[in-house]
Each structure stands twice: as C-alpha cells, then as structure tokens.
Ligand binder design. Structure first.
Ligand SMILES: NC(=O)c1ccc[n+]([C@@H]2O[C@H](COP(=O)([O-])OP(=O)(O)OC[C@H]3O[C@@H](n4cnc5c(N)ncnc54)[C@H](O)[C@@H]3O)[C@@H](O)[C@H]2O)c1
Length: 260
C-alpha cells in the first residue's frame, strides 16, 4: 500500500465522487489533505466525515476556473501545512450533450473554463510551489474521452484531450526538476456526474444506461470511484518514482478493444 504519511496533498473536486473516494484512500494512508470544491455545504460535510476518522483535513471553497480562488487554495495549503507534496487536479463538469453545430457557445465557454483553464491554473500555481520545494507529484483527471470522440460531447472531449496535452507538457517541463505530472483517464465510473449524462442519453434511465455503458469495458461493468482513487494514490506515491508525463486509463479495458 502506498505510504503518504504526513504528506500535504490538495484535492480539487473533493466533494464529488472520485475526489472524495480518493480523499478517503489518501487519508487512510496518512496524508494531510486540503479538500477544495465549489460547493460549500457538501465540502464541509465531506471534510467533517473524514476528520471524524482522525485524519488531518482542511477545506477551502473555490471556483477552480478563477485565478484568485486558485491562488487562495494554494496559499491556504502552504499556510496550513508548510508545503504541497501532492496535487490531485480533478474538478470537472460534464455539460450539455449536443452535436457541435448545435452546441451552445456559452456552454462551450463554461466547460472549457472549468475543465481546461481550471486544470491549467491549478498546475501553474501548484507547480510554482513544488519548484520552490524541489519535489512534488501531480495527477490530473483526464478521461477516456481524451482518446476518442464521443457524439454530443465536443467541448468536454476537447478539454479532456487538452488535459492530456498539459500533462505531457508539464511532465516535460518539470521532470528535469524532480517533479512528476501524470493523469488518469477514467472510463465509465458510477457517479452523480455520470447519472446526469445517463438521464439525458437513455430513455430507460440510469439503470439501463449503466448496463449499456458498462458494456464498453472488457470487464463488462462500470467502475467505482475508489478504483480510480487507488491509481491516483499510486501515481502520487514514491512507488511511481519513474512514471512521468503519462496518461493512465482506468477504464475496465474500454480503450484496449473494439467491442462487437
Ligand atoms: N464519472 C465518470 O464516469 C468520469 C469519467 C471520466 C472522467 N471523469 C472526470 O472525473 C472528475 C471528477 O468527476 P466525478 O465523476 O467525481 O463527478 P462529480 O460531479 O461527483 O465531482 C466533480 C466535483 O467537481 C466540483 N466542481 C465542479 N466545478 C468546479 C469548479 N469550477 N471549481 C471547483 N470545483 C468544481 C463539483 O462541485 C463536484 O464536487 C471530473 O474531472 C470528470 O470530468 C469522470
């Protein structure tokens, strides 16, 4: 099991399914966590839940697409913990499903601003701190949509392709300084965000959607948030010391095959 004893780690989108499942795993491995999310009440509830297990948890309400908020969570982490050892740059939104020629422009701007600008801003300010320390590890959240098209998901897919580009570039920039940057590419994971999409896409609702989407994976099912969290924990740990600039599918085999 990776050891994160006393490490200071920031998680964005921490009130959400994948962010919180990862927080539970990292806290159980000894990390001190700064949980960041745009939703205040859910964030506080999640923070209290983890604190009750004895973990060291701070919370910071922030909109990751706003520069002043990103500076805020980075500064708050350094003020509380003195350093940033790990960063799970994970906040994201799904958005409307529509073909490109009908896609609302304002919705395009919203998706890109959270899913790409927010990831860039987090990298920019956290990496400054890690460079000053001379050490650190980052995991961004991309998607299997980073590797394939998905009808109706143009801006989401474009942003997630961009996350892989930022990951590879940041890995190239910072690797020589001893700082590693990787990303995970979750496949179909059972979360509220996925349920939102299923309601839009499947007349039969969430259950039919989960059965249908589960079939894209060779494991024939959807994944669980903790199955992403364990890979994130590994990539943030010293056990992954020779892994940099890489994109890790956590998708039950979906990208490995053409199902027929
Ligand atoms: N669920 C899936 O199947 C799946 C698949 C591939 C990739 N992903 C990615 O995983 C990440 C986590 O998603 P999830 O499935 O846990 O969904 P989720 O909706 O449960 O969690 C996302 C969290 O991000 C927060 N957030 C949204 N906008 C924000 C902003 N501007 N600033 C700060 N926080 C913000 C939300 O409040 C929420 O708590 C996202 O980047 C998503 O794109 C999810």
């Amino acid at each position: 099991m990776p050891n994160h004893q006393d490490r200071a780690i920031i998680i964005t989108g921490a009130a959400g399914a994948i962010g919180f499942a990862t927080a539970e795993i990292l806290a159980s491995q000894g990390a001190r966590l700064m949980l960041v999310d745009i939703t205040g009440d859910a964030l506080e509830a999640r923070g209290a839940e983890l604190r009750a297990t004895g973990a060291t948890i701070e919370t910071f309400r922030a909109d990751c697409s706003k520069e002043e908020d990103v500076i805020g969570y980075v500064d708050a982490t350094v003020a509380k913990f003195g350093r940033i050892d790990g960063f799970f740059n994970n906040a994201g939104v799904e958005g409307a499903i529509a073909p490109i020629h009908e896609y609302p422009i304002a919705e395009y701007d919203r998706i890109m601003s959270v899913n790409l600008r927010g990831v860039f801003l987090g990298l920019h300010y956290v990496l400054k701190q890690m460079v000053a320390q001379g050490k650190g590890a980052v995991v961004n959240t991309a998607s299997i949509g980073s590797e394939r098209g998905l009808a109706g998901g143009g801006p989401y897919n474009a942003a997630k392709h961009g996350v892989v580009g930022l990951t590879r570039t940041a890995g190239s920039d910072l690797g020589p300084l001893g700082i590693r940057v990787n990303c995970v590419e979750p496949g179909v994971i059972e979360t509220p965000l996925l349920n939102e999409i299923l309601v839009q896409m499947f007349k039969g609702g969430i259950e039919e959607g989960l059965r249908t989407l589960g079939r894209v994976a060779t494991l024939d099912r959807c994944g669980k948030p903790a199955e992403v969290g364990h890979v994130v924990s590994f990539l943030l740990s010293d056990e992954a010391s020779f892994v940099n600039g890489s994109a890790w599918p956590v998708d039950g085999g979906a990208l490995s095959t053409i199902r027929h």
